[in-house]
Ligand binder design. Structure first.
Ligand code: FAD
Length: 556
């Protein structure tokens, strides 16, 4: 008897599982149930359709039920919601939203990929018109129609995560003035504060108003517009978009008695098997192992969902494949800035009481002498003893994507910062430098571990005791005049330092800084080899000043 494999949910994880199932087993009977009208649509492209960068709606439909039938001999039933799983009978109940009828379907194996729902807290006025969430194509149609027809002048985006930022950018593209309200003290929660500070700068330069550490209390109508009431006051606008996160759509699984994890996601093992060995679950609805810190986590991203779909299909059809955990590699474009992260952040490691060290580098995307290069800020996080790479965050222009992927790969391979120093990466002046930004991050981190460069971080330098430390700025005078400086220091440009060592005392440690950390490192080498004690500000004044500006701009 061929295996009867039923799949709940027909988008990222579900469609991927279905196509894989057919490639693995030509004889299996594969049926996909999707409660919505569409399968396999491009969730990740939805904001760009609102912004009209993707002009043709059909381009969002990656595959259709007809393609699944013709190419894969897979029966796809849309408008078909699975409302119950009878595990004893190995049957599901399906409600057909076209006819209103319910039918039963037998399964040998079942794969659940129901996704996650946007959080919609029960705030006063939450159900008013012009308050949107974005998950599906119909949601997107409503937002686009509203923007096309009503021509809103102002919008409030609630939540500064990646969907919030994408929607902010696309609304600005459509001529809407945007305010982002975010309860945390930063946007882009996967980043650490000082890296997110660089994103703040970009948003503000594009005219987006940022209201951090402010939470929404409710909504009310006022005339033709909407008022968003927040902990910091009121914001008048024409529309609001809620992007305050998603929660796993695990109700069907819970009703069937499948085990859930502490975060509300469906519990699975490495084979994507739930607590019922004949039922697998994948995607945004499941809890998976955190690749760096261990323990269960929820990472609602398309890459893991697609891979888990393949793995579940393999296992359901008799192969053995394991999912080894998620490291949370993510990337987002924020206007012309690229913001990317992989592995653990500093705050996650702190929360997990795991030891770590960090380095900051600012490198050009390609050789300085070739036109068009842009700086990227790289934060590398690594284990103190072994130098094993634990995470990275990069904020920059072109080439940011390539560098985060190299580091993501290094993390999977268990590499150390010493390995990053050695990586031989492709170089021509249009693409990189002979020392790639990933090599540079490796050099700086390795210098720290080898004791060649003692560093102090942006959040430590202000607390250095004046009795024990003196500040030394080694930039050139116009840089201080233009960008500012840290108060209380001495200024000696790097090129004059060797000749002016006599002006410095050996009784205190010299905390050196420059623009991005490179000249500070050279200065610290000069100093230590001349018998001084020195530490260098990692990431230089650029990292320090962006973080300080962000911290001072936050409303109390
Ligand atoms: P989904 O793709 O959401 O599919 C679940 C499907 O199951 C839904 O269509 C739902 O209708 C259906 N369903 C639920 N319950 C039932 C039921 N009982 N019966 C039948 N059908 C059911 N990720 C990235 O990695 N990069 C990005 O750039 C990115 N951008 C995004 C932008 C937006 C606007 C959104 C909303 C998401 C974005 N994501 C992105 C996240 C990514 O889309 C998800 O991680 C991924 O789609 C999860 O796959 P899934 O199969 O778990 O869920």
């Amino acid at each position: 008897m061929p295996t009867r494999l039923l799949i709940v949910g027909g988008v990222a994880g579900g469609a991927s599982a279905a196509a894989r199932a057919r490639r693995v087993d030509e004889s299996a009977e594969v049926v996909v149930f999707e409660k919505g009208q569409y399968i396999s649509f491009a969730n990740c492209g939805l904001p760009y359709y609102v912004g009209s960068e993707i002009e043709n709606r059909d381009n969002l439909l990656v595959a259709t039920p007809k393609l699944f039938k013709d190419r894969f001999r897979i029966d796809v039933r849309t408008m078909s919601e699975v409302v119950e799983i009878d595990r004893a009978k190995k049957e599901i109940k399906v409600l057909n939203h076209m006819t209103g009828e319910t039918s039963a379907e037998r399964y040998d194996k079942l794969i659940l990929s129901p996704g996650a729902m946007p959080v919609r807290p029960p705030l006063p006025g939450i159900d008013l018109d012009a308050i949107f969430t974005i998950r599906s194509l119909p949601d997107t149609d409503s937002i686009k129609a509203y923007v096309d027809e009503k021509r809103p002048k102002a919008a409030v985006v609630v939540g500064g995560g990646f969907i919030g930022l994408e929607m902010a950018e696309n609304l600005v593209r459509r001529g809407v003035s945007v305010t982002i309200v975010e309860a945390l003290d930063q946007v882009m929660a996967p980043l650490d504060f000082e890296m997110a500070a660089l994103v703040n700068e970009q948003l503000m330069s594009e005219g987006v108003t940022l209201r951090l550490k402010e939470s929404v209390k409710g909504f009310r109508k006022e005339g033709a517009g909407l008022v968003v009431e927040t902990s910091g006051g009121e914001i008048a606008c024409d529309m609001a978009l809620l992007a305050i996160g998603v929660k796993p759509d695990s109700a069907l699984a819970a009703k069937a008695g499948l085990e859930l994890g502490a975060r509300g996601g469906i519990k699975t093992n490495e084979f994507m098997q739930t607590s019922d060995p004949d039922i697998y679950a994948v995607g945004d609805a499941v809890e998976v192992e955190d690749y760096i810190c261990g323990g269960a986590t929820l990472i609602p991203l398309a890459g893991p969902a697609n891979k888990q779909g393949r793995i579940a299909a393999d296992n359901a059809l008799g192969r053995k494949a394991a999912f080894k955990g998620t490291q949370g590699s993510a990337i987002v474009r924020v206007f012309d800035l690229t913001v990317a992260a992989t592995g653990a952040s500093e705050k996650t490691l702190k929360r997990n009481s795991m030891p770590y060290m960090v380095s900051y580098t600012h490198s050009a995307s390609h050789a300085g002498y070739f036109p068009g290069g842009r700086m990227m800020a790289v934060k590398l996080i690594f284990a103190p003893e072994s130098g094993k790479v634990l995470g990275a965050q990069i904020v920059g222009g072109s080439g940011t994507d390539k560098r985060i992927d190299v580091i993501a790969t290094a993390i999977r391979a268990g590499m150390t910062v010493f390995d990053l120093e050695e990586l031989e990466l492709a170089y021509a002046p249009q693409y990189s430098s002979a020392k790639d930004p990933v090599n540079m991050a490796g050099f700086v981190a390795a210098n720290i571990l080898k004791g060649d460069a003692a560093t102090v971080n942006w959040n430590e330098i202000d607390a250095l005791e004046p009795e024990k430390y003196m500040l030394l700025d080694v930039r050139n005078k116009p840089e201080l005049d233009n960008a500012g400086f840290i108060k209380g220091g001495v200024h000696i440009p790097l090129h004059e330092l060797r000749g002016r060592l006599g002006e410095l005392g050996k009784d205190k440690t010299i905390a050196v800084y420059c623009a991005v950390g490179l000249r500070g490192y050279i200065a610290s080498r000069i100093l230590t080899q001349n018998g001084f004690k020195a530490v260098n500000l990692s990431g230089g004044y650029r990292t320090y000043s962006a973080a300080k500006k962000a911290a001072s701009g936050i409303r109390p």
